[in-house]
Write a protein that binds this ligand. Sequence first.
Ligand code: HEC
Length: 101
Amino acid sequence: MKVKLLLTISIGLFLTACGNQQQQRDGQAIYYQSCVSCHERGHGGAPMRGDTKAWQERMEKGQAVLFRNLKDGYNTMPAKGACFDCSDKELELVLDYLINK
Ligand code: HEC
């Protein structure tokens, strides 16, 4: 009985800790966690961060289309840019970070 209670408490703490961490992520943090390996060097033809011309061309599709392609995956880019635990909100933040920089 006591063990079960302890277990419940530790699981609760564990979930709370994860929850807090999630809330602190901004676009930059997610970028360096998930997108940097491909988008910093143009790996596999990925448009690079800071390459204004490349992003301008992509932006002609509209940011909503870019967002959907990011979420669903696009050619060789994995769905959600490999940030599988990213929420829609977080994907929006990281997309802004990537195209505005
Ligand atoms: C495994 C490598 C890889 C990772 C990781 C990755 N991307 Fe990409 N991404 C690509 C490639 C390659 C393309 C270009 C695909 C093409 O045009 O054929 C691309 C294209 C894009 C596009 C343009 C889509 C369009 O419609 O033109 C956006 C936006 C994007 N990535 C955002 C992100 C974000 C944000 C992350 C991180 C959360 C991310 N990517 C992670 C490889 C990656």
